[in-house]
Design a protein around this ligand. Structure first.
Ligand code: PDD
Length: 287
């Protein structure tokens, strides 16, 4: 099925959307976005994603977006296309204006969303575990904003792909690992599950937040603590989290095995707990 878009309130096939050439999202990457997963026709963790969307809009001072209306448009578009397993992509730009760097005074934000079927590419990696590389984090100092300025992430993901890996773990000049190019990550060191503290260096991942609460609920020790590259030979387990990856075990980093080179027991428990949450969600009555 072709992705179905909702462009400023008008539903149309994604291929028919025409973005003005002077749109600041196109010219400057002056835009923010969200990606949600839809399970059995129902969008997952909507409140969390819209809260983060709101935070991103405030952070870059895009005003005048009615989030209730945007949410309604998303639901209408999902229903119109009768989507089941899908993703919702939402992007808001500062709008169109003659090209000048500073904010225009009168631009109207552009609101685009689309729903696309999701043919899960991570199924096998979730079972067997995946490989990653490490790569310098050359991004800016506001990685907490979910901005469409993703060139450094794109580069890192491409290097990972060329190395036959699923992701790149990013590290700062002092060796501190931050996150992956489009996923959060967790490591297990001396029995504790560790993940990078929230701050300007990482995106506050929605899946990360849920997995932290799943750890707490299961009595698994969890702490926000940054891992270093030099910790990698000592971690017993490593996994990525993200809207589309869910909980994805990592079994090799830069060619070296993590633990015994297979998904570890804590990762397995968290995968099961995550799946259980989704099953509870899809089996409860619709909104
Ligand atoms: N990526 N870190 C970065 C840099 C990301 O781009 C993402 C999400 C995450 C995970 O966040 P969440 O759990 O909220 O999906 C962490 C999305 C899916 C993307 O760009 O396609």
């Amino acid at each position: 099925m072709e992705p179905l878009a909702n462009y400023n309130g008008v539903i149309m096939p994604l291929s028919e959307v025409r973005i003005p050439a002077q749109d600041r999202g196109f010219l400057f990457g002056d835009a923010i976005y969200e990606v949600l997963r839809i399970y059995q026709g129902r969008p997952w963790l909507v409140d969390d994603h819209f809260k983060r969307l709101n935070r991103s809009l405030s952070a870059i001072a895009i005003r005048g977006v009615d989030l209730g209306r945007l949410r309604e448009r998303m639901l209408t578009t999902i229903a119109r296309g009768k989507f089941q397993e899908a993703i919702a992509y939402i992007q808001v730009t500062r709008g169109s204006a003659p090209r000048a760097h500073a904010f225009p005074s009168d631009a109207v934000p552009l609101e685009l969303l689309y729903i696309a079927e999701f043919n899960d590419p991570y199924r096998q990696d979730r079972e067997r575990g995946a490989s990653v590389i490490t790569h310098p984090d050359i991004r800016w100092e506001r990685c907490d904003i979910k901005s469409t300025n993703l060139l450094a992430n794109v580069f890192a993901a491409q290097v990972a792909r060329e190395a036959g890996c699923v992701e790149a773990l990013l590290y700062l000049p002092d060796g501190t690992l931050t996150e992956a190019s489009h996923n959060s990550f967790f490591g297990i060191l001396d029995g504790a599950v560790l993940t990078t503290p929230l701050g300007n260096a990482i995106l506050p991942g929605i899946t990360r937040g849920l997995v932290m609460s799943l750890c707490a609920a299961a009595g698994i020790p969890i702490r926000e603590h940054s891992l270093k590259r030099t910790d990698l030979p000592h971690v017993s387990e490593l996994f990525l989290t993200g809207t589309t990856t869910e909980v994805l075990p990592i079994v090799r980093v830069d060619g070296s095995a993590i633990g015994i080179g297979q998904p570890g027991p804590v990762t397995r428990r968290l995968q099961t707990a995550y799946r259980q949450r989704i099953e509870n969600f899809v089996s409860t009555s619709t909104d």
